[in-house]
Design a protein around this ligand. Structure first.
Ligand code: PLP
Length: 454
């Protein structure tokens, strides 16, 4: 017997805490329960259909209700269900998934460590960076540079890396091994008359000063998303990573690319780092790895890093880190089926083509609106910057709740976009299976909501 929907709402309110949700809002307004997904659409308990232009939480890349992924999950669960990866234990699907990922990854990468989500992948990479430096006799190299407006997760260490104040307040965070440097958003943070190149140079000098101030001997790694997603879909200025690279190299600081959102095809290529001239020593993946159907992450390391771990292994002992669900066979089987679908349906090329179409529509139809200051992103990742005044580029105050109100109005038109309240931005990251007709539906809903917005 199924539980009636109104009972589910009551039970949810009585029983659950939700991530990144207001406790009073949940108590007063209840949850929004999604009961089904099909293709690029989700359905709520009243059977109202929404075109999901966010793909869940930037992850349902091959769309909802895919039989191929359900079959992979089912047969893997029936065959084994679970086995761990501690003490050299392994399973066929994680072995083959590792090989498949390395085949499409930047060539310097040579090993993969599987976990369950983006936060733990970043945690893993921090520990590997520390381990790497300790083996090389630099055990003081522990500080990590992250950027303002970054989002790297919400575990205690990754919330510290995250550069959004709401994830720190009321906690003793950020932890003191984390240093933050400027967000590379030219539109908002350029000084008067500063060109994009000058802005970029200023940011890089800021990092140079930070390294000098803290001492290169104390800094282990620099972590960055190729495009900052939850921080506002921030595309770095041209040359940013190319200019940072020699600075990091000379100071023996590892570069970690957090590709949890941007990787696995979101920008139209398997990996996003090369798109921005980033040459990371390590890469974190999650979300799109299984299109969100199973919690799985991959922490990938370069051969140079691996060689150091190998060299130090006898003296330093095992790499004491790992999770019960590391290398989960069911997750790995789902990821392999997901990669196969991406290949079969040519979803990288589709993402590039439809991404261009989406951006062209946003620029030509949404950008002219007086409350829209900038359109950002690449591939099927896009952000709409809301402003109170196009000339001064002033953002509405968070208390005005513009992104939330507009997202609600767009939802009333049958389309889901993601409000990013702290940066007055509406974000989109639709499934790679979205069609041009569906992109037109998204644009129409946004235009209608903007037109009615007071
Ligand atoms: N890194 C980035 C860039 C993310 O956007 C996220 C989540 O949105 C994470 C890490 C954390 O992933 P998870 O929520 O799976 O821990």
């Amino acid at each position: 017997m199924t539980t009636p929907e109104h009972d589910l709402e009551t039970i949810d309110k009585m029983s659950l805490l939700h991530p990144a949700s207001s406790v009073t809002d949940l108590r007063d307004n209840g949850p929004s329960i999604i009961k089904k997904g099909q293709g690029n659409f989700i359905f709520d308990t009243n059977n109202v259909r929404y075109l999901d232009a966010v793909a869940g939480l930037w992850c349902v890349n091959v769309g909802y209700g895919r039989q191929e992924l359900a079959d992979a999950m089912s047969s893997s669960a029936q065959n084994l269900g679970y086995y761990h990866s501690f003490s050299n234990a392994s399973n066929a699907d994680q072995i083959l998934l590792g090989q498949e990922l390395l085949r499409v990854a930047p060539q310097n990468l040579s090993k993969v460590f599987f976990g369950s989500g983006g936060s733990d992948a970043n945690d893993t990479l921090l520990k590997i960076a520390w381990h790497y430096h300790a083996i090389r006799g630099n055990s003081k190299k522990v500080k990590i540079i992250a950027r303002d407006q970054a989002y790297h997760g919400t575990s205690i260490s990754t919330a510290s890396l995250t550069g959004l104040p709401s994830f720190h307040k009321d906690y003793p965070l950020p932890l003191d091994f984390v240093l933050h440097t400027g967000c590379p958003h030219y539109y908002r943070f350029a000084q008067d008359g500063e060109t994009e190149t000058e802005f970029c140079d200023r940011l890089v000098s800021e990092v140079a000063r930070l390294i000098e101030q803290e001492g290169a001997d104390n800094i282990a790694a620099f972590i960055a998303e190729p495009i900052q997603a939850a921080g506002g879909i921030i595309v770095p200025p041209k040359g940013y990573f190319e200019k940072l690279h020699p600075l990091l190299k000379t100071n023996n600081i590892l570069l970690i690319a957090d590709e949890v959102v941007c990787g696995m095809g979101r920008l139209g290529h398997w990996f996003a780092s090369p798109e921005f001239g980033m040459q990371p020593d390590m890469i974190a993946l999650a979300k799109g790895l299984t299109s969100g159907y199973f919690p799985l992450s991959a922490a990938m390391i370069s051969d140079d890093v691996y060689q150091v771990l190998l060299e130090g292994s006898a003296k330093h002992g095992a790499f004491y880190h790992g999770y019960t669900y590391s290398g989960h066979p069911v997750g790995a089987a789902v990821a392999r089926a997901n990669l196969a679908l991406m290949h079969q349906e040519n979803l990288l090329a589709k993402t590039r083509e439809n991404g261009e179409y989406l951006h062209e529509k946003l620029r030509s139809e949404v950008l002219p609106h007086p409350l829209v200051g900038e359109i950002r992103g690449r591939g099927l990742l896009a952000g709409i910057q809301l402003v109170t005044n196009k000339q001064t580029r002033e953002l509405p105050a968070p208390a005005q709740k513009w992104p939330q109100m507009l997202a609600a109005a767009i939802r009333a038109e049958g389309v889901i976009v993601r409000p990013l309240p702290s940066v007055a931005t509406l974000a989109m990251s639709p499934p790679f299976t979205i069609t041009r007709e569906e992109i037109d539906i998204v644009i129409t809903a946004i235009l209608k909501a903007l037109a009615a917005f007071k």
